[in-house]
Ligand binder design. Structure first.
Ligand SMILES: Nc1ncnc2c1ncn2[C@@H]1O[C@H](COP(=O)(O)OP(=O)(O)OP(=O)(O)O)[C@@H](O)[C@H]1O
Ligand SMILES: [Mg+2]
Length: 479
């Protein structure tokens, strides 16, 4: 190593080219060490190497304690400042008792060349040096470990993103313009999500099992992905649950707006551009596009639909296209992906779309039970018990109110508003709902007597109910 360094330092540059070939042979003959270099830019198009990036993260994590000269950098996509070894710095580490040296180097071309991007002229690379006796251990295990750990560190440090798809008119062939993103910073988590505790635990365990299940999925020969269907009335926490899932697993979110996707092939292109460790969501799937199976439609209706689609510029994504998106051969690329559909009307969905295996888990997000109320009270008011709790428990059993509406009551409207007045507000709303329900029932019974049927069993709330439980308006508009 010493001879090589001497050669680099003292031999005249002009003669180095000729002499290099022979001295290299000589040096390697006596030199008992092996060197492997990992360049930052590789290939003809000089793409940034994944291996270099992984090594950079690995070294930033493992060697900053020993390196004497460090470089602080804001790495694109990373949420914090990254400290790495400075140029021409060397560190040593041990792997299974083997000494390994890592050095960080850069080449700057001597002859000036014209370029619009002067920075790209600097070529950085890491050199890994070890004794040739350990060739197998290093090439077969150590490098794998470094790359794997480096990638895991990158995932841990990365800034999480919330993506949404762009209309295809703005896609460019040579750029990733299919999705645009912002930083994902939703505060939702499972601790603050109000729902039955055992159900919540089951979902959490399911998600964690999935995220650790790489070997299992390989063993059973299934692509590493899982589908969740979240259904329930508006304001029951479906979107909040998705954010909590992403925060629990540290995944990115791809919010797919189906109405802007022109056809099945565009859908496939979008899918290919998603990365692993992500949740792909399609909200309100029943309203997004017409997803009824074409084969089931009668010919007249089918023709009418086709003409409508031709005349409008709307989405031509079909049910079979979407099924392909979820579990076609392309869906396996990337792996470690969760697909979530949300809907307010689960009955409107084609059974093929939500059968087990596609949507592996169906989760009903329901009205607020007493257990969920207690969690909201703890979150919003720091309250574990109160004399009004008994009354609220009774009223919650009788009337359906969404967690969103309960949460709204529990949020103090002014600084002077205390715990008691928030709870009283909730009691008032619940009692009002109870009264309206009674009136609605009576009215329905009277109408039923006239029409010979009863509509009170439909479970729909009256329009006045909706006014109290403010989300009702949205429920109607979503149909
Ligand atoms: N289960 C819940 N736990 C805690 N907060 C909730 C819950 N459900 C609703 N909320 C509160 O209500 C607001 C609205 O909820 P969210 O948007 O998740 O409902 P949704 O089911 O997605 O409704 P929609 O069907 O209209 O999309 C949230 O911001 C959250 O503060
Ligand atoms: Mg929602």
């Amino acid at each position: 190593m010493f001879i090589y360094a001497m050669f680099q330092q003292y031999f005249p540059y002009e003669l180095r080219g000729h002499a290099h070939k022979y001295t290299q042979k000589l040096v390697t003959y006596f030199y008992p060490y092996i060197q492997i270099t990992f360049h930052e830019l590789t290939g003809e198009k000089l793409k940034r190497s994944d291996a270099y990036f992984a090594i950079q993260n690995y070294l930033a994590d493992h060697t900053t304690a020993t390196a004497k000269r460090l470089k602080a950098d804001v790495v694109k996509g990373s949420k914090s400042l990254v400290l790495t070894m400075d140029d021409h710095e060397q560190v040593m580490e041990e792997f299974q008792g083997i000494k390994i040296w890592w050095s960080s180097n850069k080449n700057t071309p001597k002859r000036p060349s014209f370029s619009f991007y002067p920075k790209t002229e600097e070529r950085r690379y890491y050199t890994l040096t070890f004794h040739k006796r350990y060739r197998d251990a290093i090439t077969k295990s150590y490098i794998d470990k470094v790359l794997k750990d480096g990638k895991a560190i990158a995932v841990r440090n990365r800034e999480r993103k919330l993506y949404t798809n762009n209309p295809s008119d703005s896609w460019y062939e040579y750029q990733s313009t299919k999705w645009s993103h912002v930083q994902f910073e939703h505060p939702a988590n499972f601790e603050t999500l109000a729902m039955a505790e055992n159900e919540k635990e089951a979902i959490k365990n399911d998600l964690i099992k999935f995220s650790k299940g790489k070997e299992y999925y390989t063993k059973i020969g299934k692509p590493w992905k899982r589908g969740y269907l979240l259904y329930g009335p508006p304001g029951t926490g479906k979107s909040t649950m998705i954010a909590a899932m992403a925060n629990l697993l540290d995944y990115d979110i791809y919010d797919l707006e189906l109405t802007t996707v022109k056809d099945n092939s565009e859908l496939r292109k979008l899918l290919i551009e998603t990365t692993s460790k992500s949740i792909i969501i399609i909200e309100d799937i029943d309203c997004s596009i017409d997803l009824t199976d074409d084969k089931k439609k009668d010919p007249v209706e089918k023709k009418k639909d086709e003409e409508e689609k031709k005349s409008k510029k709307g989405s031509k994504v079909t049910l079979s296209g979407l099924l392909n998106f979820i579990d076609g051969i392309w869906s396996a690329c990337g792996g470690e992906r969760i697909i979530v559909f949300t809907t307010n009307f689960v009955d409107k969905l084609d059974p093929a779309l939500i059968r087990r295996g596609r949507m592996d888990r169906h989760i009903e997000m329901s009205y607020c039970c007493f257990e969920a109320f207690k969690l909201l009270a703890r979150n919003y008011l720091d309250l574990d018990d109160h004399e009004l709790f008994g009354r609220i428990e009774g009223l919650l059993g009788e009337k359906e109110i969404t967690p969103a509406d309960v949460a709204e009551c529990l949020m103090p409207k002014s600084e002077r508003e205390g715990v008691e007045s928030c709870l009283r507000e909730l009691v008032k709303v619940l009692e009002k709902l109870k009264k309206k329900k009674k009136q609605g029932k009576k009215k329905a019974e009277e109408e039923g007597e006239v029409n010979g049927e009863s509509s009170s069993e439909s479970g729909e709330s009256s329009s006045e109910d909706d006014e109290v439980a403010g989300k009702g308006r949205k429920r109607n508009s979503k149909r």
